[in-house]
Design a protein around this ligand. Structure first.
Ligand SMILES: [Zn+2]
Ligand SMILES: [Zn+2]
Length: 137
């Protein structure tokens, strides 16, 4: 059994698919219900993030977490933009805006090229490494 720290309160718990301990998870579920009940009302559909925080009393970062988990779908609630993790631009999906993800992809490409350059002793590398490399591409 692997132990990990709750990303919310720091309590140690047995690692599983969720990243918070059982008691924080229960709180999050309650919070989700509050937010979701609020947003389901027709008149609240167009609420922006700040309005949802204000009306529900739920922490903004928790609502953003639900959005990133796709539990709250920005396709249903198109006003619920949240800040890009890199530049803070409002975004509706993933963690980064298109500009920042494009930049990161470029960085990855550069990093890949740098890794690929010292090709000198590829022959010494066991075959299974090479197979793994191929799979990633
Ligand atoms: Zn916790
Ligand atoms: Zn960005």
């Amino acid at each position: 059994m692997e132990l990990t720290n709750c990303s919310n309160c720091g309590a140690v718990f047995a690692k599983n698919v969720i990243d918070v301990c059982p008691s924080c998870h229960r709180e999050e579920e309650k919070a989700f219900q509050v937010v979701y009940t609020f947003l389901r009302k027709q008149k609240n559909r167009a609420a922006v993030l700040a309005e949802v925080v204000e009306a529900t009393g739920i922490e903004e970062k928790l609502i953003i977490k639900f959005l990133k988990q796709n539990r709250l779908r920005t396709s249903q609630f198109p006003q619920l933009a949240y800040p890009c993790e890199s530049c803070g631009e409002p975004i509706l999906e993933k963690k980064l805006c298109q500009k920042c993800s494009a930049q990161i992809l470029t960085k990855w490409d550069v990093a890949k090229e740098q890794v690929q350059q010292p090709e000198v002793d590829t022959k010494k590398r066991p075959n299974y490494y090479r197979l793994n490399d191929n799979e990633k591409d």
